[in-house]
Design a protein around this ligand. Sequence first.
Ligand SMILES: C=C(O[C@@H]1C=C(C(=O)O)C=C[C@H]1O)C(=O)O
Length: 253
Amino acid sequence: MALAGDLTLDLVRDSLIRQEDTIIFCLIERAKHPLNAPAYDQSYASFPGFSGSLLQYIVQQSEAMQATAGRYENPEESPFFPDKLPHSFVPPFKYPQVLHPAGTSINKNKIIWDMYFNQLLPLFVAEGDDGNYASTATSDLACLQALSRRIHYGKFVAEVKFRDAPHEYELAIRAKDRDALMNLLTYENVEQMVKKRVEKKAMVLGQEVSLGNDGDKQARFKVDPSVVSRLYGDWIMPFTKLVQVEYLLRRLD
Ligand SMILES: C=C(O[C@@H]1C=C(C(=O)O)C=C[C@H]1O)C(=O)O
């Protein structure tokens, strides 16, 4: 969603809520396949002129192709391999200038990548190997992009919170007081609601749907709803808040 100048916290929250659906659908798609370890093994395949795993190959090549089609011109998008990107060939679109320009330099994709592969993936995919490595890596890319977009959306969250209470934020920014900024931007009640809502969405969006009588069937979900709640509580929201603090620290530059 492109945000106009009349950015409000409600609009920003609406976008975050819609992005929950995207993230859960992406996880459901990835969970179709087992772990498929060779996709992440550097020694499994060699691509001409490229060193890395099949997954890295798919991510870097896809990002490069999407960059030529203008994906990273949008301030809501952050690439995983920013050093390797070609220029866009499409006519520039006038995205509303909402963020302070220093926001562009914030990119937390390294910690998102590590969290996704080292912590999250083993929690929601089965062990095993079905050989579908290209499709698996494509699903991983979709998950990574959805998580990255959501977490970097913290820049917009921070901007709107700053505009709503500039004096309070300015004091903490000038004192470079990260703890004070964290306290100002944290809403515990919102976070509890988010965790409950994503757990419920994982149940609704990931349920088995059949035409028979479902009443006596044990509920089975394509992705464990408690994992989705944990993903938000342990990683997505803390990382989004980290983006918010880092953005605010640069907001008066
Ligand atoms: C995004 C917000 O800011 C903070 C971060 C949250 C998140 O990442 O979902 C939720 C609540 C706040 O603690 C918000 O207030 O909506």
